[in-house]
Design a protein around this ligand. Sequence first.
Ligand code: RP5
Length: 166
Amino acid sequence: MQKVAIIMGSDSDLNTMQGAIDMLARFHVPFTVRVISAHRTPEACRAFAVGARGDGYGVLIAGAGKAAHLAGALAAATTLPIIGIPIKSSTLDGLDALLSTVQMPSGMPVATVAIDGAANAALLAIEMLAISDAALAEQLADFRLAQTKKVLEKDAEVCARFACAE
Ligand code: RP5
């Protein structure tokens, strides 16, 4: 199976990025976790992206806050899909990172999830890998079913509590 790279602009992003780490681990998807900054280590950023396909990666997840250029900088140097996570690490509560990550110029896409949406970023990466991996697709279907069951249980609980009419 192809690997996923979880890259963050600073180790201060790690708490948020843990959501992606946990989700990939849950699905037994191989991954690497790196701190690489588009601004503080630009050469390392480019080198990672340039080599990523040859190094066995299928998707790159990039989380960054403030003037968040990490996802875009990676996208500039590879044709692998990039999933951007805007991190809430500024006085603007992540809105700056959201706009910076999502507003890529035409021809250079970054699939941007919600502010701090690390778990969804991992799920999106898993869905991409599952396009050509039937076992992984089956795991995703089970995951969806578990969510459905949970909501139905909650509905029954709430309905019983407020004595809903049938
Ligand atoms: C961004 O600036 C990082 O992704 C992080 O969210 C934010 C703050 O970084 P530190 O100053 O904590 O290293 O580049």
